[in-house]
Design a protein around this ligand. Structure first.
Ligand SMILES: [Zn+2]
Length: 297
């Protein structure tokens, strides 16, 4: 009997607790609704939220208003939420030390950025500046600076050992169209027009990587000619004509040489001479598949 009374009393206490909890929950819902209403009124427009203006040091302006939120989060309704992907950019790409023997047999040590394992190996899965040819040989020579010395490109006609870019076969005169890189900020601008790898156009792209902006170069080489009117400082949006496929500097081998390089931190690209643009001490070769956008599936 005593046990039964205790049981009843226990049930009754539980019911009271349940009623109190329900009342508290209802009150919390009302307060949350009021708080959300206020947040919505104060929330910036979607455009502002997705594309925050950057401060000089690369932080966005939300950082100024919310010093209490950790890095890469924003205040939202009293909590810190992750910054949308669009502002995060790609992950910081790691350089790796590599080496090969040049034609004279000297060991050359250099840095390079190999393809991230999650990026597809097939070049045809990427947006490219010229349309792919149906033949298997569309990419006649791929990026190989990450391969062992004896597997890098060598040829009697070639001055250099290894290939820091990709060679895309196409018909002479085919327009070469600008491809913005993944996580690029703003339009590309032209850094150099002239002789580098035959007639070449080098474009500069600001790319958001991790929490900072990095400078990338794209070398479009062996052109028949650059696009008319293109000079240093010209800007190029997606699809803008860079030049036309040719064989300058590679007589008889009509193709586009496409090379991507990342400027080393602290290097001022505008101060570099043409010969320094592809110098390992100034810029580092990067497998183009790390930064070319993937075609939609
Ligand atoms: Zn090439």
């Amino acid at each position: 009997m005593l046990r039964r009374i205790n049981h009843v009393s226990h049930v009754s206490r539980s019911a009271r607790r349940l009623r109190a909890a329900a009342a508290l929950f209802a009150l919390a819902l009302v307060l949350r609704a009021l708080s959300l209403g206020a947040t919505e009124r104060n929330r910036p427009s979607l455009a502002t939220a997705q594309k925050p203006a950057l401060l000089a040091d690369g932080r966005d302006r939300h950082d100024e208003r919310a010093p209490s939120c950790p890095a890469d989060t924003l205040p939202d309704g009293g909590v810190c939420v992750p910054v949308p992907d669009i502002t995060l950019g790609g992950e910081a790409l790691a350089e790796q030390r590599a080496a090969h023997h040049d034609r004279e047999g000297h060991l050359r040590v250099y840095d390079q950025i190999p393809r991230r394992p999650e990026r597809p190996a097939d070049y045809r899965k990427y947006q490219l500046p010229v349309p792919p040819l149906p033949q298997q040989s569309f990419v006649t020579s791929g990026y190989d600076l990450d391969l062992p010395d004896d597997e890098q490109r060598r040829g009697a006609e070639l001055k250099a050992v290894g290939h820091g870019g990709i060679d895309l076969a196409q018909k002479r005169g085919t327009p070469v169209a600008l491809v913005p890189l993944e996580h690029q900020v703003g339009d590309a601008d032209v850094l150099f027009v002239g002789k580098l790898f035959g007639n070449s156009v080098v474009t500069h792209h600001s790319v958001r990587e991790g929490s900072s902006l990095r400078d990338y170069l794209v070398i479009h080489g062996h052109l028949e000619k650059p696009a008319s009117g293109l000079t240093r400082g010209s800007t190029l949006a997606a699809g803008g004509i860079v030049g036309y496929v040719g064989d300058s500097g590679s007589p008889g081998v009509v193709h586009l040489h496409l090379e991507v390089r990342r400027a080393r931190e602290g290097v001022v690209l505008s101060a570099l001479g043409p010969g320094e643009l592809s110098r390992n001490s100034k810029t580092v070769a990067c497998d183009p598949r790390n930064v070319l956008p993937l075609l939609s599936p």
